[in-house]
Design a protein around this ligand. Sequence first.
Ligand code: FAD
Length: 424
Amino acid sequence: MMTSAFAPSEQSLVASPQDLPAVDVAIVGAGIVGLSLACALRNSGLAIALIEATPYRRENTKGQAYALHQVSRYFFEEIGVWDKLMPHVQPFEVVQLSDERFPLTVHFSPADLGTEALGYVGEHSAIAETLQSVLQSAGNVTFYCPWRVVTNEVHGDRAQLTLISGDPGEPKVAHLAARLVVAADGGKSPLRQQMGIEPKGWQYPQSCVVATLDVAHPQPVIAYERFWPTGPMGVLPLPRNRYRVVWTLPHPEAEAVAALDDRSFLATLQPYLDPQMAEITAVGDRFVFPAQFMQVNSYAADRFVVIGDAAHRCHPVGGQGLNLGLRDVWNLAQQILASPLEEIGDRRHLMHFHRQRWWQNVLTLAFTDFLNRLFSNTGWPLVAVRRCGLGLLCLLPPLKRLLLRFMAGLLLPLPGDREFPRGR
Ligand SMILES: Cc1cc2nc3c(=O)[nH]c(=O)nc-3n(C[C@H](O)[C@H](O)[C@H](O)COP(=O)(O)OP(=O)(O)OC[C@H]3O[C@@H](n4cnc5c(N)ncnc54)[C@H](O)[C@@H]3O)c2cc1C
């Protein structure tokens, strides 16, 4: 049976196969990127379908949390949801960058950026639930869940999706026509493959072990990025005296560390943490994510675009992946809102989107790759180069500010100045 968390639909009663009402934009995948696009287009007057294969459950989010950079805050402000997200995210005011046990730490502060915080950390569950609640009052967005998109065919000026209902009791097939299909269906993106869009990249020999740590008492809100020969380790402050650790290790070590019981995991982790951190009182479940570098050869095909992890994936160092995805959303939403209705999905516009996003994203993707290679390395020439680099960052504030602005997504021009419809 079809369910719609945002706008319960009587179409669920129609026998299969069924034709769902045609829409202007069909968004496939309701991860943070798909949800954000639906939020940006709410109250635009366009008919939007948001299709998600897996019903949202907190326990399925693998405890994921994301560092959101300033550019993502600006985007959420633009689409009118930041005030709702703000109570659920943890601002951080210091980032400490260091190399193994080398006694030189680069400190970044909001003064370097001219902002009140360097960034924000939000848990997947908190961000997803907030965006879903915003969509509840959006009359133009219909949520199809659990429905899996299996094919996409283009006929003239319409794309036609075929969907299968995920209701185990009563599997059904339906068709949905759209002017534009947006694949926000994650790194594996079956739709991308079907549309002939090629991912180019590689798997790193590393995985990231992630876990949440509870600490005994409130801490200064510091985010740590420390580089070890096995790979970078990020420790991000979360609301309610918790930290999120993202620990990069070679695959076998990552699997072994993640399988340890709580006490042994903590004993293994502790020497790598900053000694100033308060006592850790509890450690959450561990999850392992293989690290990957990927960008598609094209962001666009006929009546079709890819965004978010469906278009690019990078090493988690520097927390860039979702931030890039939100920038894709910002660009695309601006372009959709600026197009006359009959030109939504027009190839010229989509190729413009491709050109904009491809080169902007490749800069950040390449930088994360450079960082990971430079620091996950014990060869002395490279060790000397990177330690000199840290020294230069400490000695030359303009260089430090430049790096920070780049990592915060503020060096590149912000997408367009078209106002987003706010509605209710
Ligand atoms: C360890 C780790 C740490 C990270 N830390 C950060 C960070 O600090 N900051 C940051 O910016 N980024 C970070 N990232 C990257 C970030 O996790 C991703 O970029 C982001 O989650 C991608 O979101 P998405 O919505 O594009 O994809 P997803 O979250 O993968 O969502 C895709 C959705 O599509 C649905 N779907 C798939 N196929 C279909 C179909 N056929 N039909 C319908 N629905 C479908 C899926 O069920 C899913 O809900 C990190 C990544 C890792 C691995």
